[in-house]
Every structure is written in structure tokens, then in C-alpha cells.
Ligand binder design. Structure first.
Ligand code: NAG
Ligand code: NAG
Ligand code: NAG
Ligand code: NAG
Ligand code: NAG
Length: 345
């Protein structure tokens, strides 16, 4: 005979047992999904863990059955990111990265003289491949430089295939009678083109004019051009002020305009002076006058201190100013001492 109390009690037990034996929602695992995902499972129900795209499992147990105890077994499953192939080295460039794992992105840069042939960044995909493809650093090259009008290349050493590498130089020169404006040297730039080309222009100069008291010689041509030369000279007793030879410059002017300057007649009859560091007698040294530009030093007397000092004088185009302090004695005043015989101050 079963007592009603026992029935009640066992049905209560039964209820408790059933309630305890359902499995709860399984633990979350990083980067994993559970199928099917529910809040409770009855014993015998099965679940499968799988890694999310881009992750792969480490550990064997992936499939579990809800046991009668209602406790899911401890899972050793781990979902780890896929690792893309090593991409830490870029020849002639550099790679910026943290890791090569999904879902990271790495970026690229090339050294000077190279350009990025391809993408500047790539992502490690779910499949564990780089996308887009990894780039390469290719050398920057320039095609042969264009030749400006009236110019030719004077220095140019292309590589095989007529290309030049980044930083290479080429030098132009102008055809005769053409003058260059701009830099004669061009450089292969990072853009794969050359720096600005120079320009060659025809330049004419007017005929040089004859200097007064002199002459000029120049080529017997209809027109005088850039780099043509003219030579100047002066008639005697005149001195050329400026270079003997001048050149037609690129501005259509002559490099200089020399002129002829007159020599000086000295009003002093007798004096000892310093000329080019030496004492000379003007009446001997400058019998025929002083040439334009020549310089001498006269002696003057300091009466109080009874000593002498010198003052310079220069012949400038026929004129020389004799220092005021210079005193020329009459040849009769033989008792007077000339300044050049007095001790220097
Ligand atoms: C750019 O890279 C591709 C693939 O690596 C290569 O075939 C090509 O020659 C490169 N281009 C230049 C100009 O170097
Ligand atoms: C390079 O240039 C020269 C002269 O301009 C030409 O004869 C030659 O065919 C070129 N070579 C190549 C590979 O292009
Ligand atoms: C011409 O360019 C070169 C480099 O390309 C530079 O070194 C040089 O100073 C330039 N010359 C002049 C006159 O600007
Ligand atoms: C070279 O190419 C760059 C980029 O295309 C451009 O900005 C520059 O003006 C070019 N230089 C010359 C001298 O043509
Ligand atoms: C040429 O010379 C003249 C006179 O010396 C001057 O006035 C002119 O500015 C010069 N022209 C140039 C382009 O230098």
C-alpha cells in the first residue's frame, strides 16, 4: 500500500529532478558561436561550438550533449584569429604593423627613390590572406628629358632602356650664339619627370661704340651675338679704364664699357714722392706725365713737431690734385729743408 503522502513526496522529488536536469544557456566563448543557442536544453540535446569567420579553433571538443546532471562539460575550445603570411619586410621600403592576425591592417611606405607599386595598406582577411595583394617598391624612373629648342644635352647617362633613376641629373647647353635662361641642370624628380627645363634664346648685342681717344675691334659680321667679343685700346698717353676685352652678355649688353682716360701733367717741377712703395723723383719718374689711375704720396711738413707726413694724390682722367700742405721751394731758397728730408712724424 502506498501512502498518499509518499506519492505526493515522490512527485515533488520528480519535479525537482526534472527542473535541475535541464542544461542552461552555454558559456560564451570569445569569437565562437553556439548552434543551436537557447536558454535551456533538455538532457540529450546537442550543441556545437564553431569559431566565427576569421578565427580557427584550438582544442578538440566542439560538440556537447546536455548530460543528465544538467551541467555542460568544461570546454577547452579556443577560437584564435587566423594569421596571415609574414609581411614584415618590404624591400626598399617599410611596413607598419602590430600583428599579422585577422582582422588587422598593415601599411606600407617606400624609401626615397622608390614608389609604391600597389596598395598602401592591406588587411588580413577571414581567409587568412592579404587583401589587396602586397605591394612592391619599384624604383622611380624618368624617361629621357625633353630637349629645349636651340639646346643640346651635354651630360646625360641613361640606364638601359633609356631611363634615368630618381635623382639623376642631365645638363644642357645652348647652341652657339644662344644664351641660357634657367638652370642648365635638370634632375629626375619623385614624380618621374624632370625639373624645369632651361630656355635657350638668341641674343644680339649692338655694335660697341668707339671710346673717345681710343679704338674698338669686333668681328666683321652683320650682327653681333651672345659671347662675341670686342677689344678696346687707347691712343698714346691715354689709358684704358676697364677691361681690354668685353663680351656680349645674355642680356644683350656688353660686359663692360671701357673708356680712355687722359694722363696728367704734373705742375710740380721738383719733388721726391713715394710711388709704389719707393721714393722717386717726380721730375725723373714722371717726365712724360702720370698715367690715369696712378697714385703717388707727397711729403708735407708738420711745422710744430718738425716732422713729415705723407698725403696721397691720384691722377684721374688728366687731373691730379697736389696736396695743399705740399710746399715747393724756389730753387734759390737753398737754406730751406725739403719735407722729404725731415724725419717722419
Ligand atoms: C609593379 O608591380 C608589378 C607586380 O609586382 C610588376 O609586375 C610591375 O613590373 C611593377 N611595375 C613597375 C613599373 O615596376
Ligand atoms: C635609346 O635611345 C636611343 C637614341 O635615342 C635609341 O636609338 C634606342 O633605341 C633607345 N633604346 C631603347 C631601349 O629604347
Ligand atoms: C641648378 O640646379 C641644381 C640642382 O638641380 C642646383 O644644385 C644648382 O644650385 C642650381 N643652379 C642654379 C644657378 O640655380
Ligand atoms: C612633374 O609632375 C608633377 C606631378 O604630376 C607636376 O606637379 C609637376 O609640375 C611636373 N613638373 C614639371 C617640371 O613638369
Ligand atoms: C644694358 O646696359 C644698359 C646700360 O648699361 C642698362 O641701362 C640696361 O639696363 C642693361 N640691360 C640689361 C638687360 O641688363
Amino acid at each position: 500500500m502506498i501512502s498518499p503522502v509518499l506519492i505526493l513526496f515522490s512527485s515533488f522529488l520528480c519535479h525537482v529532478t526534472i527542473a535541475i536536469n535541464t542544461c542552461p544557456k552555454p558559456d560564451d566563448l570569445p569569437f565562437a558561436t553556439v548552434v543551436p543557442l537557447k536558454t535551456s536544453y533538455v538532457p540529450g540535446e546537442e550543441i556545437v561550438y564553431s569559431c566565427q569567420p576569421g578565427y580557427v579553433s584550438r582544442g578538440v571538443m566542439r560538440r556537447f550533449t546536455c548530460p543528465l546532471t544538467g551541467r555542460w562539460p568544461i570546454t577547452t575550445l579556443k577560437c584564435l584569429p587566423r594569421v596571415c603570411p609574414f609581411a614584415g619586410i618590404l624591400e626598399n621600403g617599410a611596413v607598419r604593423y602590430t600583428t599579422f592576425e585577422y582582422p588587422n591592417t598593415i601599411s606600407f611606405a617606400c624609401n626615397t627613390g622608390f614608389y609604391l607599386n600597389g596598395t598602401n595598406s592591406a588587411k588580413c582577411t577571414e581567409e587568412g590572406k592579404w587583401s589587396p595583394d602586397l605591394p612592391v617598391c619599384s624604383p622611380i624612373k624618368c624617361p629621357p628629358p625633353p630637349i629645349p629648342k636651340f639646346a643640346k644635352l651635354s651630360v646625360y647617362k641613361p640606364l638601359a632602356g633609356n631611363h634615368s633613376l630618381y635623382g639623376s641629373k642631365a645638363v644642357f647647353e645652348c647652341l652657339p650664339s644662344y644664351a641660357m635662361f634657367g638652370n642648365d641642370t635638370v634632375t629626375c624628380t619623385a614624380h618621374g619627370n624632370w625639373t624645369e627645363l632651361p630656355e635657350c634664346r638668341e641674343v644680339k648685342c649692338p655694335f660697341p661704340s668707339r671710346p673717345e681717344n681710343g679704338f674698338v675691334n669686333y668681328p666683321a659680321k652683320q650682327v653681333l651675338y651672345y659671347k662675341d667679343k670686342a677689344t678696346f685700346g687707347c691712343h698714346d698717353t691715354y689709358v684704358l679704364d676697364g677691361p681690354e676685352e668685353v663680351e656680349c652678355n645674355k642680356f644683350g649688353n656688353w660686359s663692360a664699357e671701357p673708356s680712355c682716360k687722359a694722363s696728367c701733367k704734373l705742375s710740380v717741377r721738383k719733388a721726391t714722392v713715394i710711388y709704389q712703395g719707393e721714393r722717386v723723383k717726380v721730375q725723373e719718374k714722371f717726365k712724360n706725365g702720370m698715367l690715369h689711375g696712378e697714385q703717388i704720396s707727397f711729403f708735407c711738413k708738420n711745422k710744430e713737431k718738425k716732422c713729415s707726413y705723407t698725403v696721397d694724390a691720384q691722377c684721374i682722367d688728366g687731373t691730379i690734385e697736389i696736396p695743399k700742405c705740399f710746399k715747393e721751394h724756389s730753387s734759390l731758397a737753398f737754406w730751406k729743408t725739403d719735407a722729404w728730408d725731415v724725419k717722419p712724424c
